[in-house]
Design a protein around this ligand. Structure first.
Ligand SMILES: Nc1ncnc2c1ncn2[C@@H]1O[C@H](COP(=O)(O)OP(=O)(O)O)[C@@H](O)[C@H]1O
Ligand SMILES: [Mg+2]
Length: 302
């Protein structure tokens, strides 16, 4: 939130306006994320979490303002960003072995052709190590649990040694135990590599022990700060555009609108809604990421 630029800025978002279908999803938003921060990205369904990540990837033009990623202008296919898109359906049915699945996301382009395959093998080994997934490497995806598949998806994002990870709702459809496992794993890897993580989620509580700061989106605005700074009645009421209460119970935080817990409300909404996430020309016979892949080479997967 400081006005001074620093070499430690992983993301610098200044007066950014993002529009979709003629509507401002973000309106003159400014915030700065430091290198090595774990940022929980929260906000009601449709607040623009996915849209913001797509803008950081250069997949969506800015209507106004500027974004720097590690001090550089946004570019498509930025090798310093690892991206886990929100759409990940269809993985559970796949017979492909864990290792091959991770390797599919490797892009030989980073290494130059002659040595590509050896370099890719080494990098696949490195990322499998990082997420402790060697035991999963020989097993088909279809035999893995949701949490185990998530570990391999994280491995994919780590290929090529990115400095920033954009993880879009990695906890969706995981049970609470696996959710904790995924958050802990991301936190451990993030610290080990001193990389920056943007981790979007519906619910704050699974992230509470791991995040450094929260980026809360709503009503076209963005609030970045510590949990104590952002998860407050005045800040959230402004972001939701309606009166919000914040309750703390046994180390957990509940964001309430009237007597309804707002995150549960969102979630219920999403489950019945096949909505805009399939806006891209998406091939449902395959896994996630195709729509993105067609536009940039970020998405890992086939
Ligand atoms: N291609 C599109 N055209 C118009 N509106 C869109 C498009 N894609 C998403 N939206 C809208 O943009 C808003 C932000 O969406 P999104 O970034 O997916 O929110 P979140 O990830 O926070 O749930 C939503 O209101 C959504 O309906
Ligand atoms: Mg989203």
């Amino acid at each position: 939130m400081s006005g001074v630029s620093s070499i430690n800025d992983a993301l610098r978002v200044e007066h950014v306006t993002l529009e979709l279908g003629g509507r401002a999803i973000l309106n003159d938003a400014s915030f700065t994320v430091q290198t090595g921060e774990f940022i929980g990205v929260l906000g009601p369904n449709g607040a623009g979490k996915t849209t913001l990540m797509r803008a950081l990837l250069g997949l969506l033009p800015l209507t106004g303002g500027s974004i720097r990623v590690n001090g550089e202008a946004v570019v498509r296919g930025n090798p310093s960003i690892g991206y886990m898109p929100q759409i990940r359906s269809g993985l559970a049915g796949r017979r492909v072995r864990g290792r091959d699945f991770v390797a599919m996301a490797a892009d030989g382009h980073h290494w130059g052709l002659p040595h590509a395959s050896a370099a890719i093998r080494a990098d696949v080994d490195r990322v499998l190590d990082l997420v402790d997934a060697h035991a999963l490497a020989a097993r088909p995806l279809s035999e893995l649990s949701g949490g185990e598949r998530q570990r391999l998806l994280l491995a994919q994002c780590l290929l090529g040694n990115p400095k920033v990870l954009l993880l879009d709702e990695p906890l969706i459809s995981l049970d609470p135990r696996h959710q904790t496992g995924v958050v802990d794993l991301v936190r451990r890897v993030q610290r080990e590599l001193n990389i920056t993580v943007l981790f979007s989620a519906h619910e704050l509580n699974p992230l509470l022990n791991s995040l450094d700061r929260v980026l809360y989106l709503g009503n076209g605005r963005a609030a970045l700060g510590t949990v104590d700074e952002v998860i407050t009645k005045p800040v959230l009421s402004q972001l939701y555009g309606s009166p919000i209460d914040v309750m703390r119970v046994n180390g957990r935080i509940f964001v309430m609108s009237g007597d309804v817990e707002i995150e549960k409300l969102d979630h219920a909404h999403e489950e019945g809604d096949d909505g805009h996430e399939h806006e891209h020309e998406h091939d449902h016979g395959h896994d996630h990421g195709h729509g993105h892949k067609a536009k940039g080479k970020h998405t890992h997967n086939v």
